[in-house]
Design a protein around this ligand. Sequence first.
Ligand SMILES: Nc1ncnc2c1ncn2[C@@H]1O[C@H](COP(=O)(O)OP(=O)(O)O)[C@@H](O)[C@H]1O
Ligand SMILES: [Mg+2]
Length: 264
Amino acid sequence: MSAAPAAIIARGLAKSFQRRTVTTTALASIDLSVAQGEFVAIVGPSGCGKSTLLRLIAGLLRPSAGEVATNGHAVTRPVTDIGIVFQNPVLLDWRTVLDNVLVQIELRGLRIADYREQAVALLRAVGLGEFLASLPRELSGGMRQRTSIVRALIHDPPLLIMDEPFGALDALTREQMRIDLEALWLRTRKTVLFVTHSIDEAVLLADRVVVMSPRPGRIEQIIDVDLPRPRGIEARQAAVFVETAQRITQIFLARGILHQSRGL
Ligand SMILES: Nc1ncnc2c1ncn2[C@@H]1O[C@H](COP(=O)(O)OP(=O)(O)O)[C@@H](O)[C@H]1O
Ligand SMILES: [Mg+2]
């Protein structure tokens, strides 16, 4: 029996954007392999090509060089067997929480009746059991983002891609979302590729953290995070957390992405 293919394999992946006479090299030569069920975070400065990398993997953009495969299939067009969560949840204002989740099923031409029960179960699992019939405007930002995460998972894709999903939330909500996302991941064991600006968030969530350099984005280092799960709140006190976060901070200091205090 052959082992399951890697969830993601990128080889020599690069992307340049051409606008009139100006060429922007967003990504240069990315090699990355993500195993089935792994939680990988990507952290790097703004504009280093994180979203571009996710779009290449999802097949929403074509690479300028190199290749990418998901679950053993070369990506040549938008990958359908995938869940995507963006920074701002795009919900339909006139549809309830439950119906916003089921949009995914409708758009895919699947039978709603086959997914309703699972939608309710997942919404309950993320604490939205009492809000199934609420409209997006009746929800907090965190609750809206929870709805969009459930929507990204409802068709049971093996791969979940999240592009700064907690970036628009306040710090407390963000911490809770982080804890709940880990619980959801432990329950579903999807492969997750999670982009964030937050070093702490990356270390607290991921099995491995991909540290990117400024544009053109390259992988600077990939760091294993050897922390037991669930990590919860206490993980912040763990020596491994503190050391790993420091190591990443050091990389950013060395690269001039972070600076010691210059006294404002
Ligand atoms: N469609 C596009 N056309 C031209 N330039 C783009 C396009 N998308 C992204 N870029 C550029 O590529 C670089 C990387 O962008 P992006 O992947 O969004 O970075 P990040 O998500 O890390 O902030 C930026 O300089 C951005 O301006
Ligand atoms: Mg981005």
